[in-house]
Ligand binder design. Structure first.
Ligand code: ADP
Ligand code: ZN
Ligand code: ZN
Length: 726
């Protein structure tokens, strides 16, 4: 038998796959890892094809070193997924594969995990012990819990009240033992659904077994998670698997606990980038072998192979962290939708403030919108109001209104949060007296302040001007970038409220997970009166005593250069507002602004996301921004920005002849606002297409040119398709 040609995806920054020869290869080896010679060394890659003919004459191909048959082969639908991701995001397949696969895949992992965490049930002795009147002990409390909720995983029991000691004690006494696995779809402690929840579950479950995206738009606390859990239960009962994506690692333990508690007999695999290699491989293989019913994780888990996939849930679907910002710049939400279509399963995108892309898709009927309009447990929405600061003298950014509101909370022993909007948006110039903003004369974007070379630049069309000395509209000389004067915030608060305990919460104060947990604990226990926080504070944590949120510097997002900034601001303020008054006490949110009549704040005050989305979508349509267009960025970094700009300029010129054919516009290159990063200088150019198909067609043609072009020394480039920021 003559040797077979195997095509291998290798983790190298080159666009093509590589052909080798191998003996005794069958179709079953597709999707297996393989060790091959590469240059003067060896590399591990993945067999992605067994082609009939090679790109080179067969006699020039090298033989593989070894096929790793002890690891399971990745299934065909998984290969199709990474192949799509590589093509769509214009990234070498081998690098996509290397990212998506745990570094050390081992077959043994599937079994290892299952045996390591048995389901423990009461034995006959255990039942006797429960009914006999015994001296109270932790082991007995454990028995009662199992008695009430049914068998539970050892790991879950160990995490409970009596901990490892109680579990060991009960095992030693023979009160509990690994039991026969009962129904993994069995649920423990589920509340009755509200009518809205019930209707949502029924509508969605009617689509099991077919592709249908749902947009579950439900206000914070409306019980979206409860809806997911009911759907998951039905999916498990159908003998299928559910994939649940969450935006951040910090939110996984919370949800994991809730899911594991609800489905005591189901196997829940949690996957995120902070897992140790072994644990990641174990979870991955268990999911791939169909042993796990539920996979829960951050964006990377969209690449988990699931042979019996029945449902995908994307929680907080609008969250920017679904998009990866380096390496393979994929959107896990968008890939999840592709995957749902590929596997013909329903997908639920849930959010209180959906992305405008998804909202628009629901408007046009591509997704089905299902709304949850009221909170599941009676609780008031916080009152939200803009505070006009145009005629006020601010004290290091704080208005008297805000300070008085904080004072009132202090007197009542409640907590306040001063929320500082400090996202990395490019600053624009504005005039505090008349509201003028540095807009681009050629498009609807704003001009961005580049302090280094004292210019204003449009990141969209690259038009630029010098910084004006005074406001062009009213002559005021005190024009300034948004958001100055907030640095001394903490000190100002401490001076004004000398007895209050002020706690700052940002990346510096919470560098590690442990520090972050300690901070949350401190706040939860009421050991702080005033919190000063950035976006880290916006998500997912409930503090019953927090009743007031004051927002500073919101306007900077209103007029930021990035067209998505207002959308993010609305989402963030809804979320941060959701932090106030989650307990018994009513909440209040004040937003300091120079534009109190701006529709964004008006809609926010009415909790009217739908109206806001409608207004924003109208603007985007006029400006031809996504979802009414598709974008990509070509970014170049070099030792100096001139090299990067020069290369982009040449590349652009080469693209122009065929850009037209695709109806695609390629704008001029601009230096990035933070030109220097890690000793390199950066520039980018924007590609705008009427839609995704046109963009894709253009990019695949263009990237062939990019790869084929003669490399420039020290220059690196990448494409960012559907960039999160422009
Ligand atoms: P969301 O995900 O929409 O923010 P959750 O599902 O977390 O909302 O629900 C918010 C709170 O309401 C949770 O404490 C949850 O346990 C509770 N809850 C949800 N649905 C119900 C229900 N039908 N009956 C009682 N409590 C519910
Ligand atoms: Zn412009
Ligand atoms: Zn002015």
């Amino acid at each position: 038998m003559s040797p077979v040609i195997v095509r291998v995806a290798l983790p190298v920054p080159l666009p093509q796959c590589f052909d080798y020869t191998a003996e005794n290869v069958t179709a079953g080896d597709l999707g297996r890892c393989v060790r091959v010679p590469f240059g003067r060394s060896e590399k591990t890659g993945l067999i992605v094809d067994l082609p009939d003919a090679a790109d080179l004459p067969v006699e020039r191909l090298k033989p593989v070193i070894a096929i790793q048959r002890e690891a399971p082969a990745l299934p065909a639908d998984w290969l199709a997924l990474v192949d799509f991701a590589a093509r769509y995001y214009q990234h070498p397949l081998g690098e996509v594969v290397a990212m998506a696969l745990p570094p050390r895949l081992r077959k043994a992992d599937a079994v290892a995990g299952a045996e390591a965490d048995p389901l423990l049930d009461l034995t006959a002795q255990g039942r006797d012990a429960l009914s006999a009147s015994q001296r109270e002990s932790r082991a007995l409390a454990l028995l009662r819990e199992i008695g009430a909720h049914g068998p539970r995983r050892r790991s879950l029991l160990r995490a409970g009240e009596g901990g490892t000691a109680a579990v060991a004690d009960a095992l030693k006494r023979g009160w509990i033992a690994p039991g026969v696995a009962p129904d993994p779809a069995a649920m423990a402690g589920a509340p009755d659904l509200t009518d809205e929840q019930q209707a949502a579950v029924e509508a969605m479950s009617a689509s099991f077994g077919q592709f249908q995206p749902f947009l579950l738009a439900g206000v914070t606390g409306s019980g979206k998670t409860e809806v997911y859990l009911r759907l998951v239960q039905q999916v498990i009962a159908r003998g299928e698997q559910a994939l649940i994506l969450v935006p951040e690692i910090a939110l996984t333990p919370q949800l994991e606990g809730r899911v594991a508690g609800r489905f005591p007999a189901a196997r829940v695999v949690s996957l995120h980038s902070a897992l140790a290699e072994g644990a990641r491989s174990q979870g991955f293989v268990q999911a791939m072998e169909g042993r796990a019913e539920i996979v829960l994780g951050t964006r990377l888990s969209v690449f988990t192979p699931l042979p019996r996939l029945g449902l995908i849930v994307v929680d907080e679907e609008h969250d920017a962290s679904y998009k990866q910002h380096e390496g393979v710049r994929y959107s896990a939400r968008d890939l999840a939708i592709w995957r749902a279509r590929q596997r013909r399963v329903p997908i639920v995108l849930g959010s209180a403030t959906p992305s405008l892309e998804s909202w628009h898709a629901a408007d046009t009927g591509r997704y089905r919108r299902i709304e949850l309009t009221s909170r599941a447990v009676a609780a008031h929405m916080p009152t939200v109001r803009p505070v006009d600061v145009r005629r006020e003298t601010l004290q290091n950014g704080l208005s008297e209104h805000l300070l008085r509101a904080i004072d009132a909370r202090l007197k009542r022993g409640e907590q306040s949060l001063v929320f500082l909007n400090r996202r990395g948006y490019a600053p624009v110039l504005s005039c505090p007296s008349c509201g003028w903003v540095s807009r681009c004369p050629h498009c609807t974007a704003n001009l961005v302040l580049h302090l280094a070379d004292k210019r204003l630049r449009c990141h969209h069309c690259s038009c630029e001007t010098p910084i004006p000395m005074a406001c062009p509209d009213c002559g005021n000389q005190d024009i300034q970038p948004f958001g100055r004067g907030t640095q001394r915030l903490e000190e100002t608060l401490a001076e004004r409220f000398p007895t209050a305990r002020v706690l700052r919460i940002d990346r510096d104060a919470a560098r590690t997970r442990a520090q972050w947990d300690a901070l949350l604990d401190q706040i939860g226990k009421g050991e702080a009166d005033i919190l000063v926080g950035t976006q880290m504070m916006a998500k997912g944590h409930d503090f019953p005593k927090l009743t007031f949120v004051g927002v500073l510097n919101a306007d900077s997002s209103l007029f930021a250069a990035d067209f998505r900034a207002p959308e993010r601001l609305f989402q963030q303020l809804m979320q941060v507002g959701g932090r106030a008054g989650r307990g018994e006490l009513p909440g209040e949110v004040m937003v300091q602004t120079q534009y109190p009549d701006h529709p964004l704040y008006q809609c926010l005050a009415r909790h009217d996301f739908a109206r806001y989305a409608e207004l924003q979508l109208q603007e985007r349509k006029q400006a031809r921004f996504p979802p009414f267009a598709a974008n990509a960025l070509l970014c170049a970094t070099a030792d100096d920005v001139a090299t990067a700009l020069g290369w982009l300029k040449e590349t652009r010129e080469a693209a122009l002849p065929f850009a037209q054919a695709f109806g695609v516009q390629v704008f001029d290159a601009v230096p990035m606002r933070m030109v220097r990063l890690a000793r390199r200088e950066r520039a980018q150019l924007l590609v705008e297409a009427p839609g995704r198909p046109a963009l894709q067609a253009f990019l695949s043609a263009w990237s062939r040119h990019l790869w084929a072009a003669k490399p420039v020394r020290g220059l690196r480039w990448h494409l960012d398709v559907d960039p999160a920021e422009v």
